[in-house]
Design a binder for this molecule. Structure first.
Ligand code: AMP
Ligand code: GLY
Length: 433
């Protein structure tokens, strides 16, 4: 089989790495890919938003299956385009991808199907938004409606701050078109988890659970980022929480989409807050989470390709993925300044020492190669990912590898997976006593 993966970040490196292990696959292309991905696939200089060119490429090269990494091409309708040309593609169509592309759309689906989520109001008018705000309690959560690369959510302690955030989005258009509507939301307290499933529109196949670390600094301090590290499984997703998410979120979600005549095929990523009252939906994404995809691919023992095909063909009931019992942890190394303006072009040292690393793999999110030197090009630069016999040893393996890598201004969180370690050791000590 010939596969095309769309994207070029850490998630796509992990997908290409996993797909390259499939005995079914003879050739992998990646558009645009990266210098690191080029070690496993042939990179093609087409960007994810150039969906017509991608479809032409897939048709010319007789690609058997295209896998979409990022959200943008999905919201542009890449799946509809490929399907109209008889090309097989993994990822939801444009109508279904609104689940991620429009927070207002997602909230309406949640409300209409009585799925637990934060109370909210949606507004196009700043005065109306502020009037609603006046009836809410602090802290206030203000969200731009559209895609804003993880930066469109503002959590404000005071009314003034929240009113300024509304003006920023609706009046000053800080997020451009993504801010034509604003969502004002109740603040949810609890611990977050990422719950991803594959769905063919009828069947739901849960993937391993995971937890991201959104804030840039240790102890969840500083601004939100695309994700500073992740681990899988997430002990907070107990069997009971797992069942509740399937029953209270995914079943009514698919029913609700069906009522709107929307067939969803692909990954549904549910960002959940596990509150005292149970799981509540924070957001949906229409694709694999990044960095969550990295530890999840490392834990997936089965071939990924048949799972992707079963999703497209409506046969998810016929496949059962097998997972490594060992947990996996990913620590993201970022450039100085991220998530704000960040340094670029710094030389990365130490990657050669990890070429034969047996416990894990270094996924590249934002690097380039110049002769034999690796340089930073992105805010998130590397995703150092490893398994271990338990979560503590996976953490030890990962940070051991991180210690070998350096560049001027490199930053990373030192506390990835600490919550999981505490939970698991708390459980072990309860069992032992
Ligand atoms: P979103 O893109 O909607 O997932 O928001 C990004 C991050 O903001 C989430 O992962 C949470 O950490 C935080 N967040 C979003 N909505 C809420 C909420 N209603 N209550 C508390 N935190 C939130
Ligand atoms: N790590 C969160 C996301 O992929 O949206």
């Amino acid at each position: 089989m010939k596969l095309l993966v769309i994207g070029g970040g850490g998630r796509e490196h992990a997908l290409v790495w996993k797909i390259s292990q499939s005995p079914r696959v003879t050739k992998i292309y990646c558009a645009p890919g990266s210098a690191a991905i080029a070690e496993l696939a042939e990179c093609v200089a087409i960007n994810p938003e150039q969906i017509d060119r991608l479809a032409d490429f897939a048709a010319d090269e007789k690609i058997d299956l295209t896998v979409v990494g990022p959200e943008l091409p999905l919201t542009l309708g890449i799946a509809d385009l490929f399907e109209s040309r008889g090309l097989k593609i993994f990822g939801p169509n444009q109508a279904a991808a609104q689940l991620e592309g429009s927070k207002a759309f997602a909230k309406e689906i949640l409300r209409a199907n009585a799925i637990p989520t934060a109370a909210f109001g949606t507004f196009t008018d700043a005065a109306a938004a502020k009037q609603y705000l006046a009836q809410q309690k602090s802290p206030y959560v203000i969200k731009a409606d559209g895609l804003a690369a993880g930066k469109g959510v503002l959590i404000c302690a005071s009314r003034q701050e929240a009113e300024a955030a509304i003006d920023e989005i609706l009046v000053r258009k800080a997020f451009g078109q993504a801010g034509e509507k604003v969502v004002v939301e109740e603040f949810l307290d609890g611990e977050e988890a990422s719950f991803m499933v594959l769905t063919d529109g009828k069947n739901v196949l849960p993937l391993a659970s995971s937890q991201d670390h959104k804030r840039v600094f240790d102890n969840d301090e500083g601004p939100n980022t695309g994700g500073m590290g992740a681990y899988s499984p997430a002990p907070i997703v107990t069997p009971e929480v797992h069942e509740r998410i399937l029953r209270e979120v995914l079943t009514p979600l698919l029913n609700g989409l069906k009522q709107k005549n929307i067939r969803y095929r692909g990954v549904v990523y549910v960002g959940v807050m596990i509150t005292q009252d149970g799981p509540k939906v924070l957001e949906f994404n229409a694709r694999f989470g990044d960095p969550e995809c990295q530890p999840i691919m490392m834990r997936l023992k089965s071939d990924l390709v048949p799972l992707l095909e079963a999703t497209i063909d409506g046969k998810l009931h016929e496949v059962i993925p097998v997972w490594h019992d060992e947990p996996a942890v990913c620590v993201v190394l970022t450039a100085n300044g991220y998530p704000g303006a960040y340094d670029k072009g710094k030389e990365i040292h130490g990657l050669d020492h990890l070429k034969k690393w047996s416990d894990g793999f270094v996924f590249h999110a934002g690097t380039a190669k110049e002769k034999d030197r690796w340089l930073t090009t992105g805010g998130r630069v590397l995703g150092v990912t490893a398994r271990g016999k338990n979560i503590a040893s996976a953490v030890e393996n990962v940070y051991g590898a991180v210690g070998k890598i350096s560049w001027d201004g490199m930053h990373y969180r030192k506390d990835i997976a600490q919550r999981a370690i505490q939970k698991v050791s708390g459980f072990e000590s309860r069992v032992a006593s």
